[in-house]
Design a protein around this ligand. Sequence first.
Ligand SMILES: Nc1ncnc2c1ncn2[C@@H]1O[C@H](COP(=O)(O)OP(=O)(O)O)[C@@H](O)[C@H]1O
Ligand SMILES: [Mg+2]
Length: 257
Amino acid sequence: MLECVNVRAFRGGTLVFDGLDLCIEQGRNTAIIGPNGSGKSTLLKLLSREIYPVHEPESRLLVYGRDRWNVEGLRSRLGIVSNDLQQEYGRHARGRDVILSGFYSSIDTWPHQQFSPEELSRAEGLMQSLGIAELGDRPFGRMSTGQQRRFLLGRALVHEPEALLLDEPTSGLDLGATFRYIETVRTLMRSGTQLILVTHHLHEIPPEVTRVVFLRAGHVVADGDKRELMTSARVSELFGCPVELVEANGFYQAVPA
Ligand SMILES: Nc1ncnc2c1ncn2[C@@H]1O[C@H](COP(=O)(O)OP(=O)(O)O)[C@@H](O)[C@H]1O
Ligand SMILES: [Mg+2]
């Protein structure tokens, strides 16, 4: 799904990746974990072509085997939910329009955009299945964080994407909203949607994730089977603080060691 070889990439003036090597197999549910500033969100933006790597002969970045993409074509194969996206929606965008905007990969809908009856009914169906049908007319700014996050998930799902790219999807949600969100994502995984999750919240990694990548300061410091890497010692080293990892029901939680 993703092949990075010797990738160099900047964010603003910051050199985030300087020689990043990473492959993510198609279909494998993968979590990319690391402390603040390690480059997780930047990696997702490279994948979705929101930012581009520095063009150099010795480096390549392939998504689904290709280095060139019409961005619309790529974004219809990927469903993206991030905090940045949530910030970009104005307070006034209506719930239904947040979902519909996914058809154009735009922020909110615009008067020139036309939606077919199938697209409108797909949006209604998604609102039903996400439990937000009654909020279709509500402005985004008058929803809870959890409700906003559900609408963004709906937006990400309009094209039935092959992969969901989630950036800290449950940050800011209370326990009930977190568990419902995770359950929704698990249902999607069971029906064949690949999950690429970037996070430092270990408890939001669903049991179906089998591979983890540890990212620190723009470098992959460990990469492999989740059960092997998710140990107190390794996670302590990754975050640079003493952590005890607790496992229950296939989930992990970090507590101070
Ligand atoms: N818009 C920006 N301009 C300049 N530097 C940025 C910008 N966004 C992020 N960075 C820097 O890029 C690095 C990686 O950021 P990011 O990918 O957001 O990390 P993470 O998601 O792991 O917290 C950090 O050092 C951050 O300060
Ligand atoms: Mg981030």
